[in-house]
Design a protein around this ligand. Structure first.
Ligand code: HEC
Length: 301
């Protein structure tokens, strides 16, 4: 009877942990990305997994004792961790940041597969649920440590910068050290934010226009006028895509969420934004100071 009590207690603790973390996870996913950092977010996943796994172990105690009746669970013990891993696939990351509903589903999926993995392992062999629980939590926690996750834009931009001008873009600096130049950072930021889903850089048209030879080139607008893609134009196109109506492209397709992610009070220096515009400039043969962002203060000297 004593063990039964402790199992009930564990179920309660597990349910409590899952409930609390689901709530926080839900809020974090629904509220803006700026609220939590990427490591905190992934620690949250680890917490959800821990709760779900503890619940699973408590529930698995009710399974039949004979191993032969439980051996089929091996399939789920193998499949569930794999499915859970797919839900944490880094390349989905930018997409999920834009689609809160899917992000919520992703979280529910992580909880469900964590539960299933631990339950199935415990069902297959008594005791195997614990190492599985450790494995599943470790998988999530590893992402918090940066493993398998693209670094946050802000982390990238705190790296030492080298001077970037039209002349030396992409080069090495005077010391011969490979330059971490702004446009390389911009490329990574753009990649993290999922711009590549709609914008190609090789001249081919995607859902949105290619970034090749965009900066400094005239853009045809749907009202028949043209505008040169200078810095102000590019900045506006990214921060307020709802103002832009290019000829031959669907209006209102580009997400309007980048404005808050790249500008405003939390990003008043617009470093990520400018890095992206440097990157777009690096893809054009008409890049001039008119199409380039202001050079950051620390590079001015
Ligand atoms: C879901 C698709 C989609 C995503 C994701 C997307 N864009 Fe766009 N983008 C478009 C479309 C469509 C247009 C044309 C808009 C119009 O004409 O109304 C556009 C236009 C632009 C333009 C102006 C291009 C020109 O030829 O004048 C820039 C600059 C731009 N996007 C930058 C970005 C950046 C930077 C990101 C990522 C932070 C991004 N876009 C993400 C679809 C997208």
């Amino acid at each position: 009877m004593k063990s039964r009590d402790s199992i009930t207690r564990m179920t309660l603790v597990g349910t409590g942990v899952v409930g609390a973390v689901i709530m926080v996870g839900g809020i974090a996913a629904t509220v803006h990305m700026g609220m939590t950092s990427i490591p905190v977010h992934h620690l949250l996943h680890a917490g959800m997994t821990l709760g779900a796994g503890m619940l699973a172990i408590a529930m698995a105690a009710k399974l039949p004792a004979r191993h032969s009746e439980r051996s089929a669970w091996i399939i789920w013990a193998i499949l569930a961790p794999i499915l859970g891993l797919i839900l944490m696939w880094p390349s989905e990351y930018a997409y999920l940041m834009e689609h809160h509903g899917l992000h919520m589903l992703d979280h529910l999926g992580i909880i469900a597969f964590s539960w299933l993995a631990v339950f199935a392992a415990q069902a297959y062999v008594r005791g195997l649920g614990w190492p599985m629980l450790v494995l599943m939590v470790a998988m999530n926690a590893a992402a918090a440590g940066g493993f398998g996750v693209a670094p946050a834009p802000s982390a990238l931009l705190s790296l030492p910068l080298s001077t970037v001008t039209a002349e030396n873009m992409g080069g090495t600096n005077a010391l011969g050290v490979q330059a971490t130049s702004l446009h390389v950072l911009g490329e990574q930021v753009a990649q993290n934010m999922g711009c590549g889903a709609c914008h190609q850089v090789d001249g081919t048209k995607g859902i949105g226009p290619t970034w090749k030879n965009l900066a400094g080139y005239p853009q045809k607008l749907s009202d028949g006028t043209t505008a040169v893609a200078n810095y102000q134009f590019l900045r506006d196109a990214i921060l307020h895509p709802e103002h832009l109506q290019l000829e031959g492209f669907p209006p209102n397709r580009m997400p309007t969420t980048y404005g808050a992610m790249l500008s405003g009070p939390a990003h008043s220096d617009e470093r990520e934004l400018n890095a992206i515009i440097w990157y777009i400039n690096s893809l054009s043969d008409r890049s001039t100071s008119a199409s380039q962002p202001p050079v950051p203060d620390e590079l001015e000297k």
